[in-house]
Design a binder for this molecule. Structure first.
Ligand SMILES: [Zn+2]
Length: 217
């Protein structure tokens, strides 16, 4: 609709935040040999967020990480298959930034079992360290810096898939799998309240969007 017909421009500007379960991930993601519904998540943009509906601690930790990718502050070089260093930095940044936004919702998230808050915080730290370890191990999968510069998104997708499949059969690929198993073990044995998780993550993402706007000004 042309802007002149827009009666409520402010409402129009409200960004949509869409959070789905990891099990609803696109087919191409679910075919990834490293895809695992219990620990997989992503946040490409506020309206493209996926989180695992697995265990109260794991879901919270992954949420804290994924929304960190949406924070614009201190963003470095663009992460990608041809820049391991930038990818590693971005992963670390996301763990730090996202937690800053989500941690205050922890008491609310654990209302029914207040003792769980400390356990979830501890699990978050373990999961973060294990994920960073897995990221480091995956370095062999990455290509020389800038080698994808002239390729189309489709070509990059094909190469990424090939690299990932090749890596999954190597010894280090197996080690990554073992780390993912360890991450799956960081559970506190309680299912997350999915609706509540969506609610607090939505609140946190709204704050991130507002801060990003301030950051751009
Ligand atoms: Zn990440």
């Amino acid at each position: 609709m042309p802007e002149v017909f827009d009666f409520n421009p402010d409402q129009e500007k409200e960004p949509s935040i869409i959070i789905k379960k990891s099990t609803e991930a696109p087919e191409s993601v679910r075919q990834n040999p490293f895809y695992n519904k219990d620990i997989w998540g992503r946040a490409n943009s506020p309206d493209d967020i996926y989180l695992p509906d697995s265990d109260q601690a794991i879901s919270f930790a992954i949420a804290a990480h994924e929304i960190g990718h949406l924070v614009k502050a201190d963003q470095g070089a663009e992460a990608g298959l041809d820049d391991f260093e930038a990818t590693y930095q971005e992963e670390q940044r996301a763990w730090e930034k996202g937690w800053q936004y989500l941690k205050k919702y922890l008491p609310e998230y654990c209302q029914e079992s207040p003792g769980a808050a400390a356990e979830i915080h501890e699990a978050y730290e373990k999961i973060r360290d294990l994920m960073m370890q897995a990221t480091k191990l995956s370095q062999d999968m990455y290509l020389e810096k800038g080698s994808l510069d002239t390729l189309s998104p489709e070509e990059i997708q094909t190469i990424t898939k090939q690299q990932r499949e090749k890596f999954s059969t190597t010894e280090k690929g197996q080690e990554v799998e073992a780390i993912f198993e360890q991450i799956k073990n960081q559970k506190i044995g309680q299912k997350p309240n999915w609706d509540q998780l969506v609610e607090i993550v939505t609140q946190a993402v709204k704050e991130i969007i507002a801060d990003n706007q301030k950051h751009e000004e």
